[in-house]
Design a protein around this ligand. Structure first.
Ligand SMILES: Cc1cc2nc3c(=O)[nH]c(=O)nc-3n(C[C@H](O)[C@H](O)[C@H](O)COP(=O)(O)OP(=O)(O)OC[C@H]3O[C@@H](n4cnc5c(N)ncnc54)[C@H](O)[C@@H]3O)c2cc1C
Length: 367
């Protein structure tokens, strides 16, 4: 039997997190293998395609930007509407993932598609892969898990499954171009929300829900689309459908023996209320690739700890607040309290209540 090919870094997953990690490590001269079980990077798209951080350089990559978003209209259970500034970009998510993967390849990373991680031994760094040519084993000095919400790499590192919300989305023709995103908060979407993201001549209309509070997404999505068609915003004609899981349990430890690093959805970096995770995947992926290269240079594990610290500095506060708000909302789903606007204002990022305390702290009484 021939010996396993040895890489400096194995990246599992070629979403925005994996592409960024592979590029960063390869750009520092490391021998990188990046694998994805998909046939084509970025396909199928499982995303509403909103890039909430318009300043990221990735919005300027070829074929990525479709339109700008300026505002958010949030609809409450009472029918009241709140309008907020909400700058961001609607993107072609498939093109984004492919552009980032192309950058990784241009930096020297070897990309293998239709190649699934079957097993990872965290002690030896040996990974069994199944590709078009059959099964192979490779070994890597650092493994980066960029393999999404159900991350097999995280499982190999000993982590339990993440808490997730399930989603369903239809793409429909827009009646007219639209500059805002519409958000629907309702007791009918327990543990999630409904959305309309306009993308040029079409709109991504979808919803997320927590399986524990509601199994059926089809009925509520049909109702939401019917309502939008009645308002004259969309044509009720299906152009495409997608869905997927969104991790909502908060950050997970990102550095594990091996060493194994986790990024993006695998690290629980997605915002537990909005479900936005593209920027966190891009940023954490890049940082992990750099940290892996630094670590390989002199074996100093400090570089890996610094990676996790940097990522936590950027995302921990907002993700932790999201987790807290989800827990508050979880107490009311299925009860009359979920029909009132108040808890939804407290549970959604467009409202000042989201950032405030649940109730005023009792005043200190002098003795
Ligand atoms: C319906 C929906 C709408 C969303 N809308 C938005 C939005 O508008 N804006 C936003 O910012 N975020 C959105 N998100 C979240 C966003 O898509 C994720 O946060 C983002 O994709 C995370 O990137 P990632 O690189 O960590 O993981 P992913 O993009 O999930 O990539 C993981 C990759 O790993 C591969 N993989 C998994 N297992 C294996 C294996 N065993 N072997 C090989 N490869 C494997 C997968 O094929 C996949 O390509 C949405 C999510 C969903 C489900």
């Amino acid at each position: 039997m021939s010996a396993a090919a040895v890489y400096d870094v194995l990246v599992v997953g070629l979403g925005p997190g994996g592409g960024s990690a592979a590029r960063a490590a390869a750009a520092r001269g490391r021998r990188v293998l990046a694998v994805d079980r998909r046939k084509v990077v970025g396909q199928p798209v499982q995303c509403a395609e909103f890039l909430p951080n318009p300043m990221l350089r990735h919005g300027n990559l070829p074929g990525v930007l479709v339109q700008k978003i300026t505002g958010m209209k949030t609809f409450l259970p009472s029918g009241k509407r709140e309008d907020s500034d909400f700058p961001g970009l609607m993107i072609d998510r498939g093109n984004l993932d492919r552009a980032v993967a192309d950058e990784a390849a241009a930096a020297g990373a070897e990309l293998r598609l239709e190649t699934r991680l079957l097993h990872l031994d965290p002690e030896t760094g040996e990974a069994r892969l199944k590709g078009p040519g059959g099964e192979t084993t490779v070994s890597a000095r650092v493994v980066i898990g960029a393999d999404g919400p159900h991350s097999p790499v995280a499982r190999a590192a000993g982590l339990p499954a993440q808490k997730t919300v399930h989603t369903r989305q239809h793409t429909l023709p827009l009646a007219d171009t639209y500059p805002d995103t519409d958000i629907f908060l309702s007791p009918d979407f327990p543990g999630g929300y409904g959305w309309l993201f306009p993308k040029g001549e079409v709109a991504n209309v979808g919803l997320g829900m927590d399986r524990r509070f509601g199994e059926d997404l089809g009925g509520p999505l049909t109702d939401l689309i019917g309502h939008l068609a009645e308002r004259g915003l969309v044509e009720n004609r299906l152009l495409g459908r997608t869905g997927g899981s969104i991790p909502v349990g908060g950050l997970r430890p990102m550095v594990h023996p091996g060493p194994i690093l986790l990024v993006g959805d695998a690290a629980g970096l997605t915002h537990p209320i909005t479900g936005a995770g593209i920027p966190a995947a891009l940023i954490s992926g890049e940082r992990a690739g750099e940290a892996a290269a630094d670590y390989l240079e002199d074996g100093d594990a400090e570089a890996l700890a610094d990676f996790e610290e940097d990522v936590r500095d950027q995302f921990e506060t907002s993700v932790a607040r999201g987790v807290e708000r989800r827990e508050e909302l979880e107490r009311i789903w299925g009860s009359p309290a979920a029909d009132a606007d108040g808890p939804h204002r407290r549970g959604w990022i467009a409202f000042s209540e989201y950032f405030g305390r649940a109730e005023a702290a009792p005043e200190a009484v002098p003795r």
